[in-house]
Design a protein around this ligand. Structure first.
Ligand SMILES: Cc1ncc(COP(=O)(O)O)c(C=O)c1O
Length: 381
């Protein structure tokens, strides 16, 4: 059997196993336990994980190839990688002692939940699940503050929720899964106010999808607000979800406190290939701009088509969209997978069923809209 056909067979069997096991799509904001079965071969379109469908930059690909000969070496023995943190620091205009590198920002979020384990953590409900779920698992209290009715972080309520035991406030901006954003000046004021009492962590996984992401980043206020941390990833605009690389930026006084507990050798967790690719990608504005522009166009198309069908899509500032399916009966994500081989997320919240759909290529989004329309998915919404 050829390698390709055995892979095809495996994918088919896996897809069947997935359906047969009654696979749940519930973990929309929490990636844990989500088995992803994808592949052009069996026609699956994966709009479930907010990945960048255009792949890594050609320059990053070349950097990986060039680094292949050095994979026998620890990174500290590879001259071009010795200054990796400095490269990140220079790009974001901070010192290298302000940077902690982690194997994806998910690892950073879990590590932060474990570090700030002596009191409570304030987070939005709903939000990206890794940090609050890790905190709950290790027995920390998580004070969950509902989003506003527009699915935006309720900053005044979050400020009020902070008490003497609060160790960390987590804000995902732009937010996952709601795709919304808080006004820059409001977030800045919040960070300044809240960080007088606790550490504030801003998750900027999707910041680069904004037209003016650099201006909106809270990295800009870290010098004057030493209790503010920003966490970022190479998984989204840089298309490196499989390479596992992310980082935390903060004031050196706070980073140096985190370092001995969990991060001392964190750069040891990152492969030479990932670091080489990340450095090349940071220097490739063209690839980032291409990803942003294509995402904007495919997102606009999808939002317009959904609106034509009466769907009330939340404004999206990310590479995914979030919308209610008010009268949809059943499990939307499971139906879309079973009938159309499209992976997306849907979840039942207090105010009803919502779907989160990643923005794929224009072609994939056309197929998504066609599938949804053909199955009359939205007629009853
Ligand atoms: C808001 C947010 N933060 C962090 C992550 C984790 O990304 P990674 O661990 O791939 O860096 C994700 C992934 O989807 C995310 O949506």
């Amino acid at each position: 059997m050829s390698q390709q056909s055995s892979r095809r067979q495996w994918l088919q069997q896996s897809s069947l196993a997935l359906v047969g096991l009654g696979f749940s799509f519930k973990s929309m904001a929490n990636e844990e336990g989500f088995r992803r079965i994808t592949g052009i071969e069996n026609g699956v379109i994966n709009l479930g994980s907010n990945e960048n469908p255009y792949g890594i930059s050609a320059k990053a690909k070349q950097a990986i190839l060039d680094m292949m000969g050095e994979t026998n070496r620890y990174h500290f023995n590879v001259p071009s990688l010795q200054s990796f943190k400095k490269t990140i620091g220079d790009y974001y205009k901070v010192g290298e002692n302000q940077v902690l590198v982690t194997a994806g920002s998910g690892e950073g979020l879990a590590l932060l939940a474990r570090h700030f384990n002596k009191g409570n953590i304030v987070a939005a409900d709903i939000t990206f699940g890794v940090l609050p779920n890790t905190a709950k698992k290790i027995g920390s209290k998580v004070i969950e503050v509902p989003l506003t009715k527009d699915k935006v972080h309720d900053l005044p309520a979050m400020l009020k929720a902070i008490n003497n035991e609060t160790q960390l406030v987590y804000i995902c901006n732009p937010a996952n899964p709601s795709a919304t954003i808080v006004a820059n000046s409001a977030l800045k004021n919040f960070c300044e106010e809240a960080s007088k009492r606790t550490v504030v962590l801003i998750d900027e996984a999707y910041n680069e999808f904004l037209e003016n992401g650099t201006d909106q980043s809270m990295i800009n206020i870290i010098d004057k607000n030493p209790n503010v941390l920003v966490i970022k990833t190479f998984s989204k605009i840089h298309a490196m979800a499989g390479l596992r690389i992310g980082f935390i930026i903060g004031h050196s006084s706070l980073i140096s406190k985190l370092q001995p507990d969990y991060f001392q050798s964190s750069q040891m967790c990152i492969s030479n290939l990932a670091m080489a690719a990340a450095m090349a990608s940071l220097a490739d504005d063209e690839h980032q701009n291409m990803s942003r522009q294509k995402n904007d166009a495919a997102r606009k198309y999808t939002v317009d088509e959904l609106k034509k069908r009466g769907i009330d899509v939340s404004p999206s500032y990310t590479n995914f969209i979030f919308f209610p399916l008010k009268k949809y009966k059943g499990n939307f994500a499971e139906d879309m997978f079973n009938k159309h081989k499209i992976i997306l997320r849907s979840n039942q919240y207090a105010d009803g069923l919502w779907a989160r759909v990643s923005i794929g290529t224009m072609d994939e989004m056309k197929k998504f809209i066609e599938a949804a329309a053909r199955s009359n998915s939205f007629a009853s919404s």
